[in-house]
Design a protein around this ligand. Structure first.
Ligand code: BDR
Ligand code: CA
Length: 300
């Protein structure tokens, strides 16, 4: 199994991505970032999910509470006040003092005998900050699989996807890092929609995972932005799939520009001067969902 670090801002789809990742890769640590909600909330949410999965052995390290330069924008209208609205989580036990994201990343990458892959499903603030300070550790970083961006329409503005919009400067730094990057953006995540019948299938999983996913995705699917569709996008899960099952996607290696300001802030567009990034432009939806359920069915 691939060894993987997860950087995330849970968030409903981050939570689902983490549960899937636990079954298809070896998650060696989770770092949290502000995005869907504040850092305090996304960190608690990561711990809640790991607790439900009985994987509290995995360390959760909080990272940046703010984008590099812009003020934080959250997505409470989609993920609720807690970031994981819809389910009543049990109270978490008192927290043992935690190490920070930078420290966990440094410790993990510097001790790695082989490159460790990285999945990032929130704004790229932690990833960029770490890369800026640790160029000597690049050789220990394998593939970086991100959920973010779009070559076409956006979701938070007409042109920008949420994760890139929140911290476009971080995204720009990451894209220019020279790392091997796979980008699964809205071009593919808006094709793999979780239909309401999937909610019932969640219920077949053992509790608390079954009940938790049923409640969380009943909430997430009912949000205004998702309600008009045939199903809800589970964006972040595709970053996990892009890492472990790249053949599910069609990839285009394309020079990519991140717009950092102005009306197009956060837009990711093809542009001659940009660094070459592998962008997922299409997905085999049926095979993706077969893979997805095969992973989740391990919680039965
Ligand atoms: C991305 O934004 C967040 O709300 C989701 O968790 C996902 O990472 C989709 O644009
Ligand atoms: Ca996310």
């Amino acid at each position: 199994m691939l060894k993987v670090l997860c950087d995330m801002d849970p968030g409903h789809d981050d939570a689902l991505a983490l549960l899937v990742a636990l079954k298809v890769v070896e998650v060696v640590g989770v770092t949290t970032v502000a995005g869907n909600q504040t850092l305090r909330k996304t960190t608690v949410n990561a711990r809640r999910v790991l607790r439900a999965a009985e994987r509290e052995d995995i360390r959760v390290a909080p990272g940046r509470g703010q984008p590099l330069f812009y003020p934080l924008v959250t997505a409470g209208e989609i993920h609720g006040e807690s970031g994981l609205d819809g389910y009543s989580f049990p109270v978490l036990p008192e927290l043992i003092p935690m190490i920070g994201a930078n420290e966990l990343l440094e410790c993990t990458f510097s001790k790695a005998l082989e490159p460790i892959d990285w999945i990032a499903t929130g704004p790229l603030s932690n990833v960029a900050a770490f890369l800026l300070g640790h160029p000597h550790l690049f050789e220990s970083i394998g593939t970086l699989s991100i959920m973010g961006g779009s070559l076409g329409r956006g979701n938070i503005t007409d042109s920008a996807e949420f994760n890139i919009f929140v911290d476009p400067d971080a995204a720009d730094i990451v894209m220019h890092s020279g790392l091997n990057i796979r980008m699964a953006g809205l071009d593919v995540t808006h094709k793999a929609l979780l239909t309401p019948d999937a909610h019932a299938r969640f219920r077949e999983l053992a509790d608390p995972i079954g009940e938790m996913l049923f409640a969380l995705f009943s909430f997430y699917g009912s949000r205004e932005v998702n309600a008009g569709r045939q199903g809800a996008p589970i964006h972040d899960v595709l970053a996990v799939a892009a890492l472990v099952e790249p053949d599910l996607f069609n990839w285009q290696k394309t020079p990519l520009i991140v717009h950092r300001q102005g009306e197009c802030r956060g837009a990711t567009r093809r542009g001659q001067d940009g660094p070459y990034i592998s962008v997922a432009v299409d997905i085999d939806v049926q095979s993706f969902f077969e893979w997805f359920w095969q992973a989740l069915d391990q919680y039965r």
